[in-house]
Design a protein around this ligand. Structure first.
Ligand code: C5P
Length: 221
């Protein structure tokens, strides 16, 4: 039987790094689905498009060829054959991704591609709608979260390491704004699937989070 694990949760919950570690321990690939929405957001920004213009963004999405590969150094995300991996991690692209991901036709295209990838090999997917929509029959479903302050604190420390100028207050504001946008959009809002297990990482170390999730996966297998 195909091993598919879904991890959903809000921005800054540590999904990506936790998912990487869990997938490595399980010996399966990790698909970061946010990178695909970011790749679309980046392309819209580069073409000076208005991300609020649903019709134009849907047309753009349908005209583009997205692809993902897994290399020794992790996931690489491609748009029209160009590797955009190094360009999609900015706050600006994250916000654009959050906006374009509100559009139903965009979601349909991304979900289709994610389902295809997950059907081809054992895989762990992280995102916002994995357990509710992309993999309704996943082997194990996790909802990973932490308090907004803790998520902002972690993100702030990361940005400081990169000498980024944001203050803690700005990062917290951004976290709250993105939560608001992701949880209140009409199409596939972020929510915990009924059969997902809640993991609150506010007071857990990274290793404790990874171990907790591995235990849940082993129980469900
Ligand atoms: O996880 P990440 O911050 O890279 O995701 C960027 C944005 O893409 C999120 O704010 C969210 O709006 C959107 N997203 C989504 N569904 C997913 C993954 C990401 O709507 N499965």
């Amino acid at each position: 039987m195909r091993l598919n694990v879904g991890i959903d949760g809000p921005v800054g919950a540590g999904k990506s790094t936790v998912a990487d570690a869990v997938a490595a321990k399980l010996g399966i690939l990790h698909l970061d689905t946010g990178a695909m929405y970011r790749a679309l957001g980046l392309t819209a920004l580069r073409r000076n498009m208005d991300v609020q213009n649903e019709q134009a963004i849907v047309a753009l999405c349908n005209s583009l060829n997205f692809a993902v590969t897994h290399e020794a150094d992790g996931q690489h995300t491609f748009v029209e054959g160009e590797d955009v991996t190094g360009l999609i991690r900015t706050q600006e692209v994250g916000m654009a991704a959050s906006t374009v991901s509100r559009y139903a036709e965009v979601r349909k295209a991304m979900v289709r591609l994610q389902q295809k990838l997950a059907s081809e090999t054992d895989m762990l997917l992280d995102g916002r709608d994995i357990c509710t929509t992309v993999l309704p029959d996943a082997t194990a479903k996790i909802y990973l979260t932490a308090s907004a302050e803790e998520r902002a604190r972690r993100r702030f420390l990361e940005l400081q390491k990169k000498n980024s100028p944001e203050t803690f207050e700005q990062v917290l504001e951004e976290v709250i704004k993105r939560d608001e946008q992701d949880m209140n959009r009409p199409v596939e809002p972020l929510r915990q699937a009924e059969d997902a297990v809640l993991v609150d990482s506010t007071n857990l170390t990274f290793d404790e989070v990874v171990d907790t999730i591995l235990r849940i996966v082993e129980e469900k297998r």
